[in-house]
Design a protein around this ligand. Sequence first.
Ligand code: SAH
Ligand code: SF4
Ligand code: F3S
Length: 454
Amino acid sequence: MSEANKKIGNSRKVFIKTYGCQMNVYDSERMGDSLDSEGYVATETPDDADLILLNTCHIREKAAEKLYSDLGRLRVMREERDPSRPLTIGVTGCVAQAEGAEILRRAPTVDLVVGPQTYHRLPELLRKVHEGQKVVETEYAVEDKFAHLPHHNRRAVQKRGVTAFLTVQEGCDKFCTFCVVPYTRGSEVSRPLDQIMSEARELVDAGVKEITLLGQNVNAWHGVSADGDVLHLGDLLYQLAKIDGLKRLRYTTSHPRDMDDSLIAAHKNLGMLMPYLHLPVQSGSDRILKAMNRQHKADDYLRLIDRIRKARPDIAFSGDFIVGFPGETDEDFEATMKLVQEVGYSSAYSFKYSPRPGTPGATMKDHIEEKVKDERLQRLQALILDQQHQFLQSKIGQRIEVLVEKVGRHEGQMVGRSPWLLPVAVSTNAKIGEIIAVDVTDASSNSFLGRAVN
Ligand code: SAH
Ligand code: SF4
Ligand code: F3S
């Protein structure tokens, strides 16, 4: 907060709602930081807020439509408000990028529309709004957004806990035929090494023990060392591992085509790189993979999984699947079921194909009936749930390391993160931020129960 704002006690409140992926979670945090320096304090209650930002997702139709039902509610809230407490409403993120001014037409209650590449300009854009303008800003900024963001707010980092996200790469050049991301986030950009290192140090100084590097295609990250050498994600992980006080590293989301040898070797040689990898494949059918423009075959993926498992035998995989892509036959779907059976995931996300405006998939022939998509989704999800159950059960009796994250529901209980991300409930005196040895004694459908080892 600036001195001027402090003196006049002019603290305004902002409520940010986040839809979509982890990159949006990170963006919401950074928007909060940039508003903090303008005198805005975060609130968890929309009713208290002077400014409400909806940080949106465009990936599937349902995600995008959710925005409009929320805006309907906000319109009512605004109408019922005491006029002495004006409310500003902004839409940020991927729907903002994709629909721009159309949002103002559909929902005139909105004051401000800002795409994901320009939110560092929020304070300046809000000033325009307060002067009475409606603002739409969806240009890809020429300047580096990240270089213009303020430092992390230490209090906010501490409040969020001992794990943190750090975006290192944005955008996508892969153009899978179902996906809006290349259009909403723009082309692939890697943040420079120095910027990432100093942001990571800032997070660790504020108490963060585990960092998850983020990118739409995080393993396409590349940079240059001080000596001019070209660096890949594996090299970045080694650099980060040198930061004193940082205990664990993860990265997400990866594309199978960008898993290079040095990254696979990092899984073998870098103990603090956690044995969990989200590696989406979308389908097990070569015909469908080709139509999706994934640029690899099912067998390439299976061989890749083998190589990574060889480097790190205790690694757990998760994935993303789309059922009912245009032209998907029963046989294609069975190939997906077979691939899932061969891999054995610890968890996975599966979605019904949703045609998105402007993507090649939307205009393809042979769209699949909703009923068929539903049936396939149900079968796939049942298989994935069964694998998740088996994975959890397979760890009972093992001794694992747990990063203590927060106080649990029961007296004396803490909740921590297992190496495979799944939470562990354990009775212990250990403090938040400690890494403790735990014997896994039981498992529920999505978490472990454990006993602390003295
Ligand atoms: N960059 C990541 C995924 C980003 S989108 C990757 O390449 O894997 C997250 C997931 O949403 C995708 O993996 C895909 O499974 C799903 N998805 C994307 N577009 C979709 C669409 N049109 N319909 C249904 N699911 C979709
Ligand atoms: Fe979308 Fe494909 Fe890019 Fe992932 S790799 S963000 S699915 S276009
Ligand atoms: Fe959604 Fe944009 Fe993320 S479309 S999944 S919020 S990159």
